[in-house]
Design a protein around this ligand. Structure first.
Ligand SMILES: [Zn+2]
Length: 346
């Protein structure tokens, strides 16, 4: 209650969000009651007494079949409801954790300390801190990316942001990339590296960076090494954050996109909007992205599983990989990451 400034804003944002969650839960409960009531309407009464069952069943068999079907439907509904509750519960737990973690980090900055963990001081004083983040989709890379950027004082270099920025600004590379995207084609490795090169040359990335979204294959990893080598630089550490597949699926359930503009992405847990269900950018309605269905997440998980090992293997033989678990409270993972990076560089 005594929070001020940013912290209070975040708290209000969450209160708003939970109001939305409660509302949707009560709506769901109403919907369930309605579904349960509907089947009790006598069959055929609405069509003026044409009661002959089309499948020639006696009326007793018919009503028995209806009862069975109704029971089965109720079981499916109950199972779905239970699963939804579970997802909500774990999302809520994780949301609370992230808010607490952000509060701790704010408090630390307010008290004049730029970082939370002792090992961060050592890393902050290094001349070179070039980090690549790896991990499965839904592994918490996005969240850790933000916390680590702040904790270690290096800028974030995110492939998605780079793509958006270049396309919006209409750079030559951006125009070339857009052509591939519009045709639904894979963007060639050379073009992606062409996006990355000028970003890494910007002054804020001189000492280091946190790279996310690249490399996705061995060729890209080698191209990144090449462009850094031109300035006598190299990737210092590859941080591999791993979580079990089921956990990743649960985390993905929170992602929302704007129905007016699909580039407006938010997340009920990681990047909540100010008003629940409403886009911060344009006020459009938010929806679950089709890509985030179980099937698509499964495909992306498998794509990651098949593409990651050779990249990790390459960095491993060069002694640059450190593997951590992405499970547990957010700041525990951040601390784990900081310690692992420091250890790998010692
Ligand atoms: Zn929008």
């Amino acid at each position: 209650r005594q929070l001020a400034g940013d912290d209070r804003e975040i708290r209000l944002q969450w209160q708003e969000r939970w109001k939305g969650v409660k509302l949707s839960m009560s709506r769901r409960a109403t919907a369930r009651r309605t579904v349960r009531l509907q089947p009790t309407t006598p069959q055929g009464s609405e069509v003026g007494g044409t009661t002959d069952p089309p499948n020639q069943l006696s009326s007793r068999d018919g009503s028995k079949a209806v009862t069975e079907a109704r029971k089965a439907a109720a079981r499916i509904l109950d199972a779905a409801h239970y699963e939804a509750q579970e997802i909500l519960f774990s999302a809520r737990q994780r949301a609370d954790e992230i808010v607490q973690a952000a509060e701790r980090m704010f408090a630390s900055t307010a008290s004049g300390r730029p970082h939370l963990f002792p090992a961060s001081a050592r890393l902050r004083s290094r001349d070179s801190l070039r980090i690549v983040l790896m991990g499965p989709p839904g592994g918490g890379k996005g969240t850790q990316h933000r916390f680590l950027t702040k904790e270690l004082g290096v800028p974030s270099v995110h492939l998605g942001d780079l793509l958006r920025r270049n396309i919006t600004e209409g750079t030559d590379t951006g125009i070339a990339v857009k052509r591939y995207i519009d045709q639904g084609l894979l963007i060639p490795d050379e073009l992606l590296i062409e996006l990355l090169r000028p970003r890494l040359a910007e002054p804020d990335a001189e000492r280091g960076f946190l790279l996310d979204g690249l490399p996705r294959n061995l060729a890209q990893a080698e191209l990144i090494d090449e462009i850094l080598a031109l300035d006598a630089k190299s990737v210092d550490v590859v941080l591999d954050i791993e979580i079990p597949r089921e956990e990743a699926f649960k985390r993905y359930a929170g992602r929302r996109i704007c129905t007016r503009d699909s580039s407006h992405v938010s997340h009920t847990t990681y990047a909540p909007t100010k008003r629940y269900g409403i886009c911060d950018v344009c006020g459009g309605r938010l929806a679950l992205r089709q890509d985030d269905s179980r099937e698509i997440i499964g495909m992306r998980w498998e794509a990651w599983e098949s593409s990651a090992p050779p990249i990790i293997e390459k960095y491993k033989t060069e002694g640059r990989v450190t593997l951590i678990s992405g499970l547990g409270p957010v700041l525990d993972v951040t601390e784990r990451a900081v310690n692992a990076i420091a250890e790998c560089l010692d």
